[in-house]
Design a protein around this ligand. Structure first.
Ligand SMILES: [Zn+2]
Length: 492
């Protein structure tokens, strides 16, 4: 098991991982895919059910137009081509949460083909991850193994999820490791959120991910034998599971054995993958066209209508933030991951007139506080207008950057504007040279050793003096003025 003990960078010098992802996303419809039951997470078990989604004999499916429209939004937002005709297919298998004994899905003719999503390139810029296909399908129910008085003896089935619309998005094997996979998922989530096709809530199972992984020696053309990893329910788990699986496969190859094509389950607690079953071949599902549904036909007009209704998408917005506001690519990437965050940033940038300062405040302070409070930007009590005002107060020298951080904290809790806080608490920056000169002189007189060091050539000691003046003024001294005064009095 020498390879497993090697660092991952050591492994990656010799072997190249090849990864493809299959992502299932719930669509944000009001109803289920083939009946009018409510599509809503968290309701009491078996309250959103009817003969269709319970799979009772003789019940017939009726396709939701809203679900198709949302799937098309996802498809067009990921640069796929929506097919004029796609076919519903039965995927046959037995499971207790699947009372019909089959799932209605799409197989040979899926809704959309050949798209791509941009992820950040290794050396700046963007790189494309190609999508093979997007197909629609219904979700199965859910087994409940715990939380009931009788859970020790038996499991329950909740059919609220049965028939909820899903899209499955399948990439080409274009990803080259855990980082790529992580970047892809971040980018995909942003696109789906912008398109308002899915809420992408992983905790509620709205976004689920399986990964296909193989490794090959660097320079080799042929793909290695792949395994499929299931049960990846957070972006972090995807990255960790891939790291583990890549190291495992390399260890198998280096010990002279062969990687077995199989499905493996990620065990987050143990931090490893374990075999689940040997890979079913597609024909195990005995796919055949669904006799209860006609082919799905999408007109060019419908496609155009959906395309026109899409907002500016994250990749375009990212480029625009770089071009229009002169932001670094990194900032633009972070700010465009969510549309409300990007909107918030743009308001602050426009009102304050300083895009980089706005970006720093949103990325470092607003997003941090939201994370601490586990809140969404819509709930934020600091409005873009008051954050813009704070930026202006720093720029016109009214308050120091350090004081501004405290003011921001107070704005966050109280929802007050910065001006009111600054006035009430007397936080206005001391910029008056005459008033500050006295304090600066005191500091210099009290520190002969540091003065000698500075005059002896240790120019960096100026920072120490600035710190002392700040201490004496409660952080209110204008650092520019203090620096100027220090130079004036020390550089004699
Ligand atoms: Zn129903």
């Amino acid at each position: 098991m020498a390879a497993a003990e090697r660092t991952s960078s050591g492994i990656l010098a010799e072997y190249e991982p090849v990864v493809g992802l299959e992502v299932h996303a719930h669509l944000l419809t009001r109803t289920k895919l083939f009946c009018s039951c409510r599509n809503r997470f968290g309701d009491p078990p078996n309250t959103n059910v009817c003969p269709v989604c319970l799979g009772l004999p003789g019940a017939l499916p009726v396709l939701s137009r809203e679900a198709v429209t949302l799937a098309m939004r996802a498809a067009l937002a990921t640069n796929c081509t929506v097919q004029a005709e796609s076919i519903w297919a039965r995927k046959n298998y037995f499971y207790p949460d699947l009372p019909k004994g089959y799932q209605i899905s799409q197989y040979e003719k899926p809704l959309a083909l050949d798209g791509w999503i941009e992820i950040p390139g290794k050396n700046g810029g963007a790189r494309r991850v190609r999508l093979q296909r997007i197909h629609m399908e219904e979700d199965a129910g859910k087994l409940l193994h715990e939380g009931f008085p009788w859970s020790d003896e038996k499991s329950g089935v909740d059919f609220n999820r049965s028939g909820v619309p899903l899209i499955e998005m399948v990439t080409h094997p274009d990803l080259r490791g855990p980082e790529d996979a992580f970047e892809y998922l971040v980018a995909l989530k942003a696109v789906l959120l912008y398109a308002e096709a899915s809420d992408c809530n992983m905790e509620e199972g709205s976004l689920r991910c399986d990964a296909n992984v193989s490794v090959r020696r660097r320079g080799a053309e042929a793909l290695g034998t792949r395994t499929e990893i299931k049960n990846l329910n957070s972006f972090r788990h995807v990255a960790r599971a891939l790291e583990h699986e890549i190291a495992r496969q390399v260890a198998v190859i280096e010990s002279g054995r062969a990687v077995v094509q199989e499905t493996r389950l990620w065990n987050a607690d143990r931090g490893e993958t374990a075999p689940m079953r040997s890979k079913e071949e597609a024909h195990d599902y005995r796919y055949f066209p669904e006799p209860d549904l006609p082919p799905l036909r999408v007109t060019a007009e419908w496609t155009e209508e959906v395309r026109r209704s899409l907002p500016e998408l994250p990749a375009d917005r990212r480029r625009r933030l770089v071009d229009q506001h002169g932001l670094p690519d990194y900032d633009a990437g972070v700010l465009t991951q969510s549309r409300p965050v990007a909107d918030y940033f743009e308001s602050v940038a426009e009102e304050s007139g300083d895009a980089k300062a706005a970006s720093n405040w949103v990325m470092n302070d607003v997003l941090r506080k939201l994370k601490e409070d586990d809140a969404e930007i819509e709930e934020c009590r600091v409005t873009p207008a008051s954050l813009a005002q704070l930026v202006k107060l720093i720029e016109d020298g009214t308050i120091s950057g350090k004081i501004a951080k405290d003011v921001f904290e107070k704005m966050w809790t109280s929802g007050e504007g910065p001006q009111a806080i600054v006035e009430r608490e007397g936080l206005v920056q001391l910029s008056d040279e005459d008033a500050l000169e006295a304090t600066v002189s005191e500091v210099i007189e009290a520190s002969p050793d540091q003065v000698a060091a500075y005059r002896g050539g240790k120019k960096a000691a100026i920072g120490w003096f600035v710190g002392q003046v700040m201490k004496k003024t409660g952080g209110k001294a204008n650092p520019k003025v203090v620096n100027r005064l220090l130079r004036k009095l020390l550089d004699i």
